[in-house]
Write a protein that binds this ligand. Structure first.
Ligand code: ADP
Ligand code: MG
Length: 606
C-alpha cells in the first residue's frame, strides 16, 4: 500500500489552530488584551474598524519585547509564561499555550511593533498570512502595538461566517468589559470607527470599575461579597439586590483566578443562591471573583479557556451557593424557615412566590401553570384530573352565550357571559360557563389584552401615553447604549418618551398608558438588552411583537393581586374586545375549562 501519512506544514497547523482560537474579531481582541495584561500594562487602547473585520489595533505600555522575543512570539508554541508541566497547574498568567499570536498571524495581515522596557530600540515586523514580509528596527516608546488587518482575508470560508459590524463589535465590547472588570487598575479605551465607546481610567477598586462600566446607579443596589471558605477558596465581588434583575445572563460576570469564565457549575450555583428570590427566567447582576488553589482547577480543557474543570465540583458549587445566600440573608430577602420574609430594605418590587413573569413564557412555565391548576383542582377532588389540554381552543366572541341572565341589549362576548364565582389565590378568576368550570389566569388575560391593544394602537399610530411623575435616569452598559440610541425614534412611536442624556445615560419621561409606572425602568432595560441581543433589526416592524410581549408583561394586573368582582368582570369584558383568533403570541393559556363530567369523574360520581 502506498504510504500516505504526512506531517502538515507549519502554516497549515497554525491555520487549524486558528480555527479553535480565532472564531471572530472578538477572539483576537481577547487574546491580544490578555497578552497586554500578562505584560503588566497599565494603559491599553483598543482601536477597531468595521466591527474588527478591517482593523484591530491594540497598544499597550507593558513590558514589551526585545528583538529575539519579537521574532519568536510568532512561532508556534513559543511562550514566556510556562516552562514545565508543573507550571501548568500553578498558572498566574492569562496565557500559556503560546498559540495565539501565530494562529492570529496566520489568518490576517499583522504588524507588530514592540520595544522592551529599558531597551534602546524597538522592532517592527510585518507578516501576511503568517509569513514575515518585512522586519526592522525602529524608534518606539516601551510597550507593544499589534495591528490585525483584514481578518480571514486568506480563509474566505471563515470570513463568510462573520456577522454585521455591530454584532461583531458588540462581542468585542463584551470582551473588553469582562477584562476591564477584572483589572480595575488598568486604563482601557475602546474606539469603534474612531468613536470612543469605552473609556475607563485607573480605578482604585472593583466597585468603582463596575460603576464606570455597568452604570453608576447600579452601585446603590449591589451587595458586597467577601467570603473565605478555607482551603484557598474565596469569593469576592458583588451581587445585585434581588430587586434588580435582567432578562438574560448577560450581566453575570464570573471570574476564576482572575480569568473570565462562563462555567455551568458556577452559573448553576449562583442561580441556586438566588432561588426563590428571583423568578425563573430573570437573572441577577453579578461580578464575582472566585479564587481557588490553581491545583484544584484545570483551565486547560478548552482552547479559549472559557470552561474549566474543578477537581471537586460539589465543594465549589455549594461554597458559591451558600456564600450568595449568606449575603442575601441579612437583607431579608430569603424566605427560609425561621427567617424573616420579605425585604427589610426599601425595594422596587417585592419578591413573592411569583411576583412577575419572565418576558417569554417557556414551555416550562406552561407546564408549571398546568401543574398549579391541577393542584388547585385537586382541592376539589382527590384523584388527579386529566391534564387540561383544551386551553388553546379559544372561544370566538361570536359564540352565542347560553345564559339566561345575559343582557340582550349588549352583544355579549364569551368572556363576559361567564358567571364569576370568585378568585383563587389572587391569581385566577373562577367562573362558570353553563355546566363547565372555567379558570381564567388574570395575569395572562391582562397580557393578552395589553398585547392586542398595543398592536392595534401602534398600527393606528396612536399609542396612549402617560408622563412619568418623576423622570427616571437609566444608565445602560456601553454595548446596550450604543444600540439603544438608534432605537429611540421607534420607541417613541411605541409610546416611550426617552431622551439620550449623553454617554450611556438616558432619561425616561413617559411611557405607554397601559404600563405600570413603577416598572417602567425595568421594562426599558429589558427592551435594551433584547435589542442588544438580537441586533439592530429588532425593532423592524416584523419583530415588534417581541417588544409588545415584553410591554404586555409589564402591564398593571399581576398575579397575586386581589380583584373585586367589578374588576374581574371588567377584565373579562376587555378580553372579549381583543381578537384572539387572529393572533396568539404567547404559548400560555388564558383560560382552562373542566366539564361537569370531568369534575364528576374526579368525585367518582360517573
Ligand atoms: P501565550 O500568551 O500563551 O504565551 P501568545 O502567542 O499569546 O502565547 O504570546 C506569545 C508570547 O509573546 C508571550 O508568551 C509573550 O512573551 C509575548 N507577548 C505577546 N504579546 C505581548 C505583549 N503585548 N507584550 C509583551 N509580550 C508579549
Ligand atoms: Mg496569549
Amino acid at each position: 500500500m502506498k504510504q500516505s501519512i504526512q506531517i502538515l506544514p507549519e502554516q497549515l497547523c497554525n491555520q487549524i489552530a486558528a480555527g479553535e482560537v480565532v472564531e471572530r474579531p472578538a477572539s483576537v481582541v481577547k487574546e491580544l488584551l490578555e497578552n497586554s495584561l500578562d505584560a503588566r500594562a497599565t494603559e491599553i487602547c483598543i482601536e477597531v474598524e468595521k466591527g474588527g473585520k478591517r482593523l484591530i489595533r491594540i497598544i499597550d505600555d507593558g513590558c514589551g519585547m526585545g528583538r529575539d522575543d519579537a521574532f519568536l512570539c510568532l512561532e508556534r508554541h513559543a511562550t514566556s509564561k510556562i516552562h514545565n508541566e508543573s507550571d501548568l497547574f500553578a498558572l498566574h498568567t492569562l496565557g500559556f499555550r503560546g498559540e495565539a499570536l501565530p494562529s492570529i498571524a496566520s489568518v490576517c495581515r499583522m504588524q507588530l511593533q514592540t520595544c522592551a522596557q529599558g531597551g534602546d530600540e524597538g522592532w517592527e515586523i510585518y507578516a501576511e498570512g503568517g509569513q514575515v514580509k518585512r522586519a526592522g528596527a525602529i524608534g518606539l516608546p516601551p510597550g507593544t502595538s499589534i495591528e490585525v488587518r483584514d481578518l480571514f482575508f486568506n480563509t474566505p470560508a471563515r470570513r463568510k461566517f462573520l456577522r454585521k459590524d455591530e454584532t461583531e463589535f458588540g462581542h468585542i465590547a463584551d470582551i473588553v468589559t469582562r477584562l476591564a472588570l477584572a483589572s480595575p487598575a488598568v486604563q482601557f479605551r475602546l474606539l469603534h470607527n474612531g468613536r470612543p465607546l469605552i473609556e475607563v481610567y485607573r480605578q482604585s477598586g472593583l466597585a468603582e470599575r463596575i460603576g464606570a462600566l455597568l452604570g453608576r446607579p447600579l452601585l446603590a443596589d449591589l451587595l458586597p461579597v467577601d467570603v473565605d471558605g478555607g482551603n484557598e477558596l474565596k469569593l469576592r465581588g458583588f451581587v445585585s439586590q434581588p430587586s434588580i434583575h435582567r432578562s438574560t445572563t448577560g450581566a453575570m460576570y464570573t471570574f476564576i483566578n482572575g480569568r473570565y469564565i462562563r462555567d455551568r457549575v458556577v452559573q448553576h450555583a449562583l442561580l441556586e443562591g438566588f432561588r426563590n428570590v428571583l423568578v425563573k427566567g430573570r437573572y441577577p447582576v453579578v461580578v464575582l471573583f472566585l479564587e481557588i488553589d490553581p491545583s484544584l482547577v484545570d483551565v486547560n480543557v478548552h482552547p479559549t479557556k472559557h470552561e474549566v474543570r474543578f477537581r471537586d465540583q460539589r465543594l465549589v458549587h455549594d461554597f458559591i451557593t451558600s456564600a450568595v445566600r449568606d449575603v442575601l440573608r441579612p437583607s431579608g430577602w430569603l424566605k427560609e424557615p425561621g427567617a424573616h420574609a420579605g425585604p427589610t430594605t426599601a425595594a422596587v418590587s417585592q419578591p413573592s412566590e411569583r411576583p412577575i413573569y419572565p418576558s417569554a413564557p417557556t414551555p416550562e412555565i406552561v407546564r408549571e401553570y398546568r401543574k398549579e391548576i391541577q393542584e388547585s383542582l385537586q382541592l376539589y377532588g382527590r384523584t388527579p384530573p386529566p391534564l387540561v389540554d383544551r386551553s388553546f381552543n379559544m372561544p370566538v366572541s361570536s359564540e352565542s352565550p347560553s345564559h339566561a341572565e345575559a343582557d340582550p341589549a349588549e352583544t355579549q362576548g364569551f368572556y363576559s357571559s361567564l358567571r364569576i364565582v370568585g378568585q383563587y389565590r389572587n391569581s385566577y378568576i373562577v367562573c362558570q360557563d353553563g355546566n363547565d368550570l372555567v379558570l381564567v389566569d388574570q395575569h395572562a388575560a391582562h397580557e393578552r389584552i395589553g398585547f392586542e391593544r398595543l398592536r392595534k394602537q401602534f398600527l393606528a399610530g396612536s399609542i396612549e401615553r402617560q408622563a412619568l411623575l418623576f423622570p427616571v435616569v437609566i444608565e445602560l452598559d456601553f454595548r446596550e447604549a450604543d444600540q439603544f440610541v438608534g432605537q429611540l425614534e421607534k420607541l417613541d412611536r411605541l409610546g416611550f418618551d426617552i431622551e439620550h442624556f449623553g454617554g450611556k445615560s438616558f432619561v425616561l419621561k413617559g411611557v405607554p398608558r397601559f404600563l405600570d409606572q413603577t416598572d417602567a425602568e425595568q421594562l426599558v432595560r429589558d427592551i435594551a438588552s433584547e435589542t442588544t441581543l438580537i441586533g439592530k433589526s429588532v425593532l423592524a416592524e416584523e419583530s415588534l411583537d417581541k417588544v409588545f410581549i415584553l410591554m404586555a408583561c409589564h402591564g398593571v394586573i399581576r398575579a397575586n393581586q386581589a380583584l373585586a368582582v367589578p374588576e374581574m368582570s371588567a377584565l373579562l369584558k376587555e378580553l372579549d374586545a381583543v381578537d384572539f383568533s387572529a393572533h396568539c403570541p404567547h404559548g400560555r393559556p388564558v383560560m382552562v375549562r373542566q366539564s361537569l363530567a370531568d369534575i364528576e369523574k374526579m368525585f367518582k360520581r360517573s
